[in-house]
Design a protein around this ligand. Structure first.
Ligand SMILES: CC(=O)SCCNC(=O)CCNC(=O)[C@H](O)C(C)(C)COP(=O)(O)OP(=O)(O)OC[C@H]1O[C@@H](n2cnc3c(N)ncnc32)[C@H](O)[C@@H]1OP(=O)(O)O
Ligand SMILES: CC(C)C(=O)C(=O)O
Ligand SMILES: [Mg+2]
Length: 588
């Protein structure tokens, strides 16, 4: 029976916020009681469109220069994007010229479609069509807002006038495409802007009216892009709207239903994933979630979310740091250190229990791979706290474990093994972690792998006062005889001799004849490097001294000869005992 008192008081009442919450009203979702999306799975990549050069660019403090735009375009091509929105050519001469540059300099591969955005205004549509002359494959993307607030406040038009604007705009797109773009493999995309705040039936009505003009068919698709221009509700409501739209829009089989989520509530990725489950074919977004306000949906996260499910994202993110550096250069904005998959810290554990589990997980994978005669890179990935193998995105395991005051033995042991090839026995790990902990408690902050190695060398490999000068051993009939020359605490070059059933016990015997009492409790050794000039590391756990003064300490030795390494390890333990006594004497 437990002895403590369980809580008897009620849970304390939380206080109302002092913020004016009454100013806000809940979002009213479309009613889809027979929704099917919750049980669907995403089993293939959607058609991606990157709008980094349009929605991403229009939201930057300093829009990209032509050189930066070109760098971004080349990056997107190299990653595998086949649909790229390259700008708003009627907005400025710079935007227009960039589109012309892409076309005239032959920068657009034949299998890539560029698209450009325009408002539903004749002068802008004409200029937009002109920007695409000579393109191989191109799409004009036209939008007008359909939400009531926008009709009332921005446009001051009725529902019918809103439909008419979309219809007239579509007719104008077709007119100018016919005039300028007959040699282009031409496509049309229409967005009922603020789709999520538009009654879905009205959004469908506008799209159907646009469809009647465009007349989609087997070789004449239309893209209906359904933006969460401002994210206002939970992701499931977006999915309901998408499923409802897909079920009720005319000519569904000739329509590419496209998602264009923004991230105002921080749930754009979830909304996009649920939207795909609800039937969408296509996704528009930006790398690392650039774009208006909180950004467009993040294409990197979406792609790698698919990847972690074993679904080919059809995008190359095998050098994620290069992608990140290029995007940072083009946008002038940094990627957050905790950004999914790409941030500096996202494959790093500082805390002890995470490090311990990661270390064990990676060792387990190595063992299983070795048993199967293969490499970890070929194995099914499953590792604690690491949803993805950092190697797959071009990261190393170096940053996986970093040490600070929150770290335990596993982290230090991992760094000692991976960076310095020293495989510390478990009880030595425990002892050494206390040494490092003393350091982090005093110094605070992170200790680098190099610093951990320095602390280790100072603690275990400092040869004072006992130093091994030379050593030899012979054996006959299982009996070992060692000779050694050591500098001791009081005398230099003391000649030692001892006998035992192994070189370690013979050396212990030799030391006892000098008055140094050592009992070996545990022993481990391994080669440090492969090859002819390999060194060995020896680790010994020793009881030093006798009676009440006896201490249990680890010692470590490194030497080309395994016999000398083990002798050095014993002297290391003696040195640490001396240091301990000196510290105690000084303290007294
Ligand atoms: C959700 C989005 O991201 S939409 C894309 C937004 N991106 C951009 O706007 C970047 C590029 N835009 C621009 O450079 C400019 O807005 C231009 C060149 C297109 C137009 O500039 P201007 O003619 O000065 O108009 P302005 O920028 O003030 O736009 C507002 C006007 O366009 C109208 N308008 C806005 N959107 C649309 C549309 N989709 N279709 C038709 N008219 C529209 C507004 O009602 C308003 O009209 P009003 O002046 O009669 O009141
Ligand atoms: C132009 C449209 C598609 C847009 O960017 C939005 O609504 O967010
Ligand atoms: Mg947008």
């Amino acid at each position: 029976m437990t002895q403590f008192n369980t809580r008897t008081q009620p849970v304390p009442t939380q206080q109302p916020t002092p913020m004016p919450v009454h100013r806000y009203t809940p979002f009213i979702p479309v009613d889809v009681p027979d929704r099917t999306w919750p049980t669907k799975r995403i089993e293939k990549a959607p058609r991606w469109l990157s709008t980094d050069l349009r929605d991403g660019n229009q939201a930057l403090i300093d829009p990209m220069t032509p050189a930066r735009k070109m760098r971004m375009f080349e990056l997107l091509i190299s990653m595998g994007y086949k649909e790229i929105e390259v700008g708003f050519p009627s907005a400025s001469q710079t935007d227009f010229d960039f589109v012309r540059q892409l076309i005239e300099r032959g920068k657009v591969p034949d299998d890539v479609t560029i698209s450009v955005l325009t408002q539903a205004r004749e002068d802008l549509i004409e200029r937009t069509a002109e920007s695409l002359i000579g393109a191989h494959r191109a799409t004009i993307h036209m939008y007008n807002a359909t939400a009531e607030l926008f009709r009332k406040v921005v446009f001051r038009i009725s529902e019918q006038q809103c439909v008419d604007l979309a219809v007239r705009g579509t007719e104008l797109v077709m007119k100018y495409a016919d005039q300028h773009l007959r040699d282009v493999e031409f496509g049309y995309q229409y967005s009922p802007e603020i789709f999520t705040q538009t009654p879905t039936d009205f959004a469908i009505e506008v799209c159907n009216a646009v469809s009647d003009v465009w007349q989609p068919g087997a070789d004449r698709e239309i893209i209906f892009n359904l933006p969460a221009t401002v994210e206002r509700s939970t992701p499931n409501t977006y999915a309901d709207q998408i499923e409802y739209f897909c079920r009720n829009v005319k000519n569904r089989e000739y329509i590419a239903v496209s998602l264009h989520p923004h991230n105002d509530r921080g749930t754009a990725v979830a909304a996009t994933e649920l939207g795909q489950m609800a039937g969408a074919d296509r996704v528009e977004g930006c790398l690392f979630g650039h774009g208006e306000r909180t950004g467009n949906v993040d294409l990197v996260t979406l792609a790698l979310n698919l990847y972690t499910q074993g679904v080919d994202p059809q995008i190359d993110l095998s050098d994620i740091d290069n992608v990140r550096r290029t995007v940072e250069y083009c946008t002038g904005l940094p990627v957050h250190p905790r950004h999914p998959y790409a941030g500096d810290l996202v494959y790093t554990a500082f805390s002890g229990s995470h490090q311990d589990a990661i270390k064990k997980g990676l060792e387990y994978l190595e063992d299983v791979a070795a048993e199967a005669g293969t490499t970890v890179g070929e194995m099914h990935w499953e590792a604690p706290y690491l949803p993805i193998d950092p190697h797959d995105v071009g990261r190393t395991y170096e940053a996986v474990i970093r040490v600070n005051s929150q770290s335990g033995k596993g982290g230090m042991a991992y760094l000692m093994k991976n960076e310095f090839k020293m495989d510390l026995p478990r009880r030595l790990q425990i002892e050494f972690s206390r040494v490092v902990q003393q350091h982090t408690d005093v110094a605070g902050g992170e200790v680098t792998a190099e610093e951990i190695h320095q602390i280790f060398s100072h603690e275990y490999l400092g040869e004072k006062p006992w130093v091994l000068q030379s050593a030899g051993s012979t054996s006959s009939n299982g009996q070992f005889h060692v000779t050694a020359s050591v500098d001791g605490p009081t005398r230099k070059a003391v000649a030692l001799e001892g006998e035992g059933n192994g070189p370690v016990s013979a050396f212990v015997d030799a030391l006892s004849r000098e008055g140094a009492h050592v009992k070996v409790l545990d022993y481990a050794e391994h080669a440090l490097e492969a090859g002819g000039d390999a060194k060995a590391a020896a680790y010994v756990e020793c009881e030093i001294g006798e009676g009440d003064d006896a201490q249990v300490l680890w010692g470590v030795g490194v030497d080309p000869s395994i016999t000398s390494a083990s002798m050095k390890a014993i002297l290391s333990a003696l040195n640490r005992a001396e240091a301990f006594h000196a510290a105690t004497r000084n303290a007294v």
